[in-house]
Design a protein around this ligand. Sequence first.
Ligand SMILES: [Zn+2]
Length: 283
Amino acid sequence: MKHLIDCHVHLNNYHETSRRPTKENVEDLFAKMEERGVDHAVVLTSYKVDLDRPAVEEVIETLAGDPRTSVVEGLRWRGDERTDLFSMEERIRDGLVKGIKLYPGYDRYAINDPSLETVFRIAAKHDVPVMIHTGDTYSRSAKVRQAHPLLVDDVAVDFPDVKFVICHLGNPWFQDTAEVLYKNENVFADMSGLTLGEFDYEFERYMLLRVKDMIQYMGDPGRQLMYGSDWPLVAMGPYVKFLENLELGDEQRENVAWRTAARLFKIPGLMQEAGPPPPPIDG
Ligand SMILES: [Zn+2]
């Protein structure tokens, strides 16, 4: 692969025992990227701010515009300290934030909740993607039905000017995700978070079959599928291996590894090198 963009990483702490300052998590991120040949990482902030989840302002300040990173702002929609959309729009306008991340299910709203219209209008106005957590939730107190990937079809149809990203391929509803991708040109997907930590052999085989199955149905995965890990929940090394084990064709692999993400998040340098997107499958 010529380049590699990980379009889905976090700077949160996931174990209270190893609570680290954001600065240390950033150093760890850069060390792992270097080790695994990742050129660029898209950092997603959370749907709440607490000791383990830094606010978007803190993440922006700590990363200090490092060209190896882009920031996507997690929408805080139902909790105590909600996102001020005016400030969020300023960050997007100023190029500090390159996309918006929704946490349906965790944050107790559904993907097609009517209240999100204002958020989608901001995304359309500034042409930044809306990334959506879909499928299984890491937390038992989240409502998984609200994060079903089929609901992305609702918003993709209602907001054709918005580019949506189905995070985690809708795991375990891969077929539904394949249909939503096949049907909607304004929908993309990242393959992050399909395991926790490292794959064991049987489970990796299982996931490879699911993803290959999706690709079979969708046709060319190069236009819509993107590499992402969900680090630090997922180990970077085995995940890069997972991408290789998908055995994509050369063009498709380059697209999935970096070209599609470079265009979508408008990553300087890589975006120009990626060139225009491949044409849609059917006109
Ligand atoms: Zn994630």
